[in-house]
Design a protein around this ligand. Structure first.
Ligand SMILES: NC(=O)c1ccc[n+]([C@@H]2O[C@H](COP(=O)([O-])OP(=O)(O)OC[C@H]3O[C@@H](n4cnc5c(N)ncnc54)[C@H](OP(=O)(O)O)[C@@H]3O)[C@@H](O)[C@H]2O)c1
Length: 297
C-alpha cells in the first residue's frame, strides 16, 4: 500500500509517498480503508520533532491521527462494528491507504468521508477545554483563535450549551465567527480594549498561542478561568496548559450526536491528494486554517 512517511525530522520536504506493509488490527482495534485523513497542526509538530514527549516517534514514521473510511478488519475483542461500516476516528499513520484506528464511531448520516475526517481531534480537544475551563450556561466565554479547527468546534458546542462566546480571529473570519453564533472581534493592536468594550468575560480559552495569556487573565480576573492549548508559557501566568486527551470514544459519540442534530459543522477549507501531503502541511503551518484541511486517499 501507499502511505506518507518521513525518515528524518524537518520541514515539509521530508514527507515522502512510500510503499509500505499493510498494518493489521490488533486487539481492541479496527483497520479501515482510509478515504480521508484530517490534517492537524500536531501532525507537522510531530514531523518537526517538536512534541516527542507526548508523541514519541521511531523513524521512519508515518503521519496523521484522524481519519474516516470503511472498516475492513476487526481486531480481537471488538464488538458493535461490522466489516463495511463507514467510521471516523483516531488512529495511527492515517495519511495512508489503510490505517488502524484505536477509537472510532459510525459516521452520521449525510456526512461525507472528507468532512468526517476533520472532526475527531478537534471535537475531543474542544470538549476537553470547555470542561477544564468550567464555563456554564448563561456565562460568556472569550475564545482566542476562534476560527481554526478547535475554535470552530468550541464555538458550536458552546452555543448548543447556552454559553455566549466572544471570538477573536483575523479580519477575514469575522463573518465566519458570527455565522457560528459568536460576537466577533479581531486580534492585533487594541484587541483587549475591544473585548472589554463587548462586556464581561467569565472564562477564556487561548487556542492560538499568540502570547495573550496576561491579557486573558486580566479580562477574566482569575488565572483559573483561563486554559491554553498552545502556549507553553502557561505556568508563568498561573494558567492551565491542557495537553492530555480525554476520552476519544465519548468525544466521537458527542460529535455524532451534535452533527445529527445539525448543531455542529466543521467546514473543510481545502482537500489535498495523498501525494500532496507536504502542501497540506505548508498551508496548515501558515496558521490561518478555517475549519479543517483534509487529505483524500
Ligand atoms: N494541547 C492540545 O491538546 C492541542 C490540541 C489540538 C490543537 N492544539 C494546538 O492548538 C492550536 C490550534 O489548533 P487548531 O487545530 O485549531 O489550529 P488551526 O486550525 O490551524 O487554526 C489556527 C487558528 O489560529 C488563528 N490565529 C492565527 N493568529 C492568531 C492570533 N494572533 N490571534 C488569534 N488567533 C490567531 C487563525 O485565525 P485567522 O485565520 O482568523 O487568522 C486560525 O484560524 C495549534 O497550535 C495546535 O497545535 C493543541
Amino acid at each position: 500500500m501507499k502511505k506518507i512517511s518521513f525518515a528524518e525530522f524537518g520541514g515539509p520536504e521530508v514527507l515522502r509517498l512510500v510503499d509500505a506493509e499493510e498494518p493489521h488490527a490488533g486487539p481492541g482495534q479496527v483497520r479501515i480503508a482510509v478515504h480521508a485523513a484530517g490534517v492537524n497542526p500536531v501532525d507537522w509538530r510531530i514531523r518537526e520533532g517538536q512534541v516527542l514527549g507526548a508523541h514519541p516517534v521511531e523513524l521512519p514514521a508515518g503521519v496523521g491521527l484522524d481519519a474516516a473510511g470503511v472498516v475492513d478488519e476487526i481486531g480481537e475483542g471488538v464488538d458493535g462494528v461490522q466489516l463495511g461500516d463507514a467510521v471516523f476516528g483516531e488512529g495511527l499513520d492515517t495519511y495512508s491507504e489503510f490505517s488502524v484506528l484505536t477509537a472510532w464511531a459510525r459516521m452520521p448520516e449525510g456526512l461525507t468521508f472528507e468532512e468526517a475526517a476533520g472532526y475527531p481531534s478537534v471535537v475531543e480537544t474542544g470538549l476537553r477545554v470547555l470542561r477544564e475551563v468550567g464555563v456554564e450556561r448563561g456565562q460568556t466565554l472569550l475564545v482566542s483563535g476562534a476560527s481554526g479547527g478547535v475554535g470552530s468546534a468550541v464555538l458550536q458546542i458552546a452555543r448548543d450549551r447556552g454559553i455566549s462566546v466572544i471570538g477573536i480571529a483575523g479580519a477575514a473570519n469575522q463573518d465566519y465567527l458570527r455565522g457560528l453564533g459568536a460576537i466577533a472581534t479581531t486580534y492585533g493592536e487594541g484587541w483587549a480594549e475591544r473585548v472589554r468594550g463587548l462586556g464581561q468575560v467569565d472564562a477564556a480559552l487561548d487556542l492560538a498561542g499568540s502570547g495573550v495569556l496576561r491579557e486573558l487573565v486580566a479580562l477574566t480576573g482569575d488565572p483559573r478561568k483561563v486554559v491554553t492549548i498552545a502556549d507553553l508559557g502557561a505556568s508563568d501566568f498561573g494558567v492551565r496548559f491542557s495537553g492530555v486527551a480525554g476520552s476519544v470514544p465519548d468525544a466521537l459519540a458527542e460529535a455524532a450526536d451534535l452533527i445529527s442534530r445539525g448543531k455542529l459543522h466543521i467546514p473543510v477549507e481545502k482537500s489535498y491528494a495523498l501525494p500532496d501531503a507536504a502542501a497540506a502541511h505548508i498551508d496548515s503551518q501558515a496558521g490561518h486554517t478555517r475549519g479543517r484541511r483534509v487529505i483524500l486517499v
